[in-house]
Design a binder for this molecule. Sequence first.
Ligand SMILES: Nc1nc2c(ncn2[C@@H]2O[C@H](COP(=O)(O)OP(=O)(O)OP(=O)(O)O)[C@@H](O)[C@H]2O)c(=O)[nH]1
Ligand SMILES: [Mg+2]
Length: 259
Amino acid sequence: MEHTALLYFVGPAGAGKSTLVATLQEWMQHYRYDGVAINLDPGAESVAYEAAIDVREKFTLREIMDKYNLGPNGAQVVCADLLAVELDWLREQIEEIDCDYFLIDTPGQTELFLYREASKVFVENLSDKSAMVLLLDPLLSRTPEGFVTQLLLASAAHLRFPVPMFPVLTKCDLLKPEEIDQIREWAMDLDKLAMAMPNLAGMSGVLSSELLRVLQVLALESNLIAVSSKEGEGMDDLYSIIQSTFSGGDDLEAHSDNN
Ligand SMILES: Nc1nc2c(ncn2[C@@H]2O[C@H](COP(=O)(O)OP(=O)(O)OP(=O)(O)O)[C@@H](O)[C@H]2O)c(=O)[nH]1
Ligand SMILES: [Mg+2]
């Protein structure tokens, strides 16, 4: 258990969290790496992976909507708070499973995960080895403004959860190769991103350059990983960056043999 790391997949509604959990898990299984999926989205209709732990055993979004006469958004907030109460249940389940990585699928709204207390309770109490895979929307990332907006959300995540963050550009099959290169270049060199935003610089140059500094300090200037769950691309890149963070580049297998 000591070596187990919890990976939270976080991102806007429809960004491809559930599909990425399924695809990465399948990829890991194929290479005999040890990844177990957890579903924390009570609103999921069906998921494409086998969830070893599933919050829907406790409650579903539909039940909460009916019980409290709420719409889906209000019900998600109630669900997030109910989940906090289930911390012990979740911990027990996790402790029963011996694996290297838990891949944790989270509910659709990023802000729900980032700003409600429940997720903070989880991230802080379930393990001292946690990380976040932050999914960036491919179409929004095509413009510098859209891209920087998502980095700001990522920086909010970083402020709230001081854990390693892995920004991932999803659904890359929807982008042209040159668009992917461009976005990755911005991610790796935020000054280039600033230069691509002449309007923002003209309007409030100080603010925008200060913002970029903040992003750089938070280490969100990064080697952005491009994935496509549809094409099964980028899983090796994603896995190896996670692996090098949690085991200094060695394979976790070697570590677990020593434990
Ligand atoms: N083209 C393409 N579509 C994808 C990819 N990954 C997911 N999708 C599609 O995007 C839609 C949303 O995918 P999900 O995995 O359900 O996204 P999610 O973030 O879990 O969505 P919510 O849980 O509802 O917020 C589905 O129609 C998927 O088939 C991808 O790599 N490429
Ligand atoms: Mg989902």
